[in-house]
Design a protein. Structure first.
Length: 275
């Protein structure tokens, strides 16, 4: 019988945030696959757990997944852990889960700390709906494109950022998204835990020489992409508006219905115009 694959969340700072279940799983599995074995060894030593470790990080994810699947098929139980927080969230994990599903291996999540969720719940921004985009690309063009893509996102946007890029990312947010309300969740669960809330322009003045780990949360846009599109449509003449829908293969009845809806007028009014 195949073994089980556990994705175990570990603390993001404060070691007391590890769960009893996570400790039990780490004690009971045959092998722990860790993003950085030295880092995980520190955690295991703290909790007096002695277990074989194998490294499993981004660059080796594919090859190592094959090795781990082989061991799972031999009946070994394996735990995946990352350096901090929940595996698979801006951390290795996704690949092994995909291959484990293909191989009909049972996968069990062991919940625990996750920086984005804890930053969100105390941010003061809407928690009803949110978009998590992880780390922005290091490639300038791709980073700009991603920020442009979220410009009209109405949900709270959450991103991770490396400390040395924090300032330049906030400057780009200001440039592309405008002077939005932003929250920086700094050093979550650690001694210097801090939440910095305000307009981007204001925050930029307050973060000279700031250090630590950060989650950036951005208040959703008050204007949606749909509002912009609608505004663009309403700037068209009725003929242009008609031809736009015609080019999408719609029939006359449907075109009139849509124009009336876009312009918030009665279908009859549009119908009369085209008579
Ligand atoms: N898997 C982790 C999780 O569940 O949150 C995320 C790992 S990702 C490689 C590291 C990034 O998460 C950091 O650059 C930072 O943006 C965020 N992060 C992790 N720990 C944090 C903490 N204690 N306080 C603030 N942000 C943190």
């Amino acid at each position: 019988m195949s073994g089980k694959l556990y994705l175990v969340a570990t603390p993001i700072g404060n070691l007391e945030d590890i769960t009893i279940r996570a400790l039990n799983v780490l004690r009971e599995v045959d092998l722990i696959a860790a993003e950085d074995t030295r880092h995980t060894l520190g955690l295991l030593n703290h909790f007096e757990i002695s277990k074989p470790l194998i490294s499993y990080y981004k660059q080796t994810e594919k090859a190592r997944s094959e090795v781990l699947i082989e061991k799972l098929r031999e009946g070994k139980n394996i735990a995946i852990v990352s350096d901090a927080g929940t595996p698979g969230i801006s951390d290795p994990g996704e690949e092994i889960v995909r291959v484990a599903i293909e191989n009909n291996i049972e996968i069990i999540p062991i919940p625990g700390a996750c920086a984005l969720i804890n930053a969100l719940i105390v941010s003061g921004l809407s928690t009803k709906e949110f978009t998590f985009i992880g780390f922005l690309s290091a490639v300038k063009k791709e980073k700009k494109e991603k920020l442009e893509e979220i410009k009209y996102e109405t949900k709270t946007v959450i991103l991770y950022e490396a400390p040395h890029k924090l300032k330049s990312t906030l400057e780009q947010i200001f440039e592309i998204l405008g002077d939005r309300n932003v929250v920086l969740a700094r050093e979550l669960t650690k001694i210097h835990e801090e939440f910095i809330r305000g307009k981007v322009s204001d925050i930029l003045k307050r973060i000279e020489d700031i250090k630590g780990e950060f989650v950036i949360l951005i208040e959703g846009s008050s204007v949606s992409k749909k509002d912009i599109e609608l505004d663009n449509l309403n700037n068209l003449s009725l003929e242009e508006h008609y031809n736009l829908y015609k080019s999408q293969g719609l029939d006359k009845k449907e075109i009139i219905k849509r124009i009336a809806k876009d312009r918030k007028v009665s279908k009859n009014e549009i119908y009369q115009y085209f008579l």
